[in-house]
Design a protein around this ligand. Structure first.
Ligand code: AMP
Ligand code: FE
Ligand code: FE
Ligand code: ZN
Length: 282
């Protein structure tokens, strides 16, 4: 089995890249993709550890796109390296804009009278790199302004919340084009997060396939067997690779383990080869 969706301390995960690789080996995975938000910085260290332990490391990242429905759209991109051209350069721009957004968000919290500082949030995030709303949520919990991470989003940080500040985002087709220019493959992450179902979901997935997507994340840590089956049908219908992964983050999502998700995840080894065959150079 394999896991094509994991996060490390490079973004909002709690395990260093090397540790995520070790967890994949312990779970019995033959291949692992590290897919930190907006960054490929963990891929090098993870690949080094993967070579030592004899497991395949697939480079990856996860990018939040402009939504097309009531929920958010996340895209996973595979096979792009840190020095890998147009997509990597765009990730640099997105990270700089994330920093601008984080500074504005901190100002918003101060204006709301909440005792949370930018520096404290950066400390909780282990540095400014990869810092985001989940770390602001942890800081709000720490000072007692929220009961839990989810409560912090519900009260302040969610997309309709008083502390919400937007950050720059591209469309799904933009990401697919950048991925292809970088010899990578774009995959729609956790499709139900978009808040669409039935014909609406199918229409959007069909459009993304048309725009150059190579896969759809059908086997996701938190999806039911029925949902995984429906997404598998969509993958076949639009000639997309049905991929899968846990979305392991460590302590912030303790129910999602590398390789096994909530215990019932099993993504077949062959998916790596199927996905690689979608690279423009193949
Ligand atoms: P950011 O990229 O800094 O805007 O933060 C986005 C991250 O916040 C996502 O990856 C989610 O893990 C988390 N997130 C977004 N909305 C919620 C929510 N309503 N409840 C809990 N976590 C959320
Ligand atoms: Fe995350
Ligand atoms: Fe995501
Ligand atoms: Zn993720």
């Amino acid at each position: 089995m394999i896991d094509l969706h994991t996060h490390s301390t490079v973004s909002d995960g709690s395990d260093p890249p090397e540790r995520v690789v070790e967890l994949a080996v312990e779970a019995g995975c033959s291949a692992l993709a590290l897919t930190d938000h907006d960054s490929l910085a963990g891929v090098g260290p993870a690949r080094h550890r993967a070579a030592e332990l004899g497991i395949t490391l697939v480079s990856g990242c996860e990018v939040s796109c402009l939504p097309v429905g009531p929920g958010g759209m996340h895209v996973l991109v595979y096979f792009v390296e840190e020095d890998g051209g147009p997509l990597a350069e765009e990730l640099g721009r997105l990270r700089r804009d994330r920093r601008r957004r984080n500074l504005a968000l901190a100002d918003r919290l101060i204006a709301l009278g909440l005792p949370v500082t930018y520096d404290r949030v950066a400390a909780l995030a282990g540095g400014e790199e990869g810092m985001g709303r989940p770390h602001f949520a942890a800081a709000l919990v720490e000072v007692g302004a929220a009961e839990s991470i989810d409560d912090a989003f519900a009260r302040y940080l969610g997309n309709d919340g008083p502390a919400y500040v937007a950050k720059a985002r591209l469309t799904g087709p933009d990401i697919a084009a950048l991925a292809r220019e970088s010899d990578g493959v774009a995959v729609l992450a956790h499709p139900y997060s978009m808040g669409l179902e039935g014909p609406d979901l199918a229409r959007v997935v069909g459009g993304l396939a048309e725009s150059g997507f190579g896969g759809i994340e059908a086997v996701y840590g938190r999806y039911s067997p029925r949902q995984r089956t429906e997404l598998g049908h969509l993958a076949r219908r639009f000639d997309l690779v049905a991929t899968g992964g846990s979305d392991h983050h460590g302590t912030s999502k303790p129910d999602l383990s590398v390789g096994t998700g909530q215990g019932d995840l099993k993504v077949p080894d062959k998916v790596v080869g199927l996905l690689e065959a979608r690279r423009p150079s193949r």
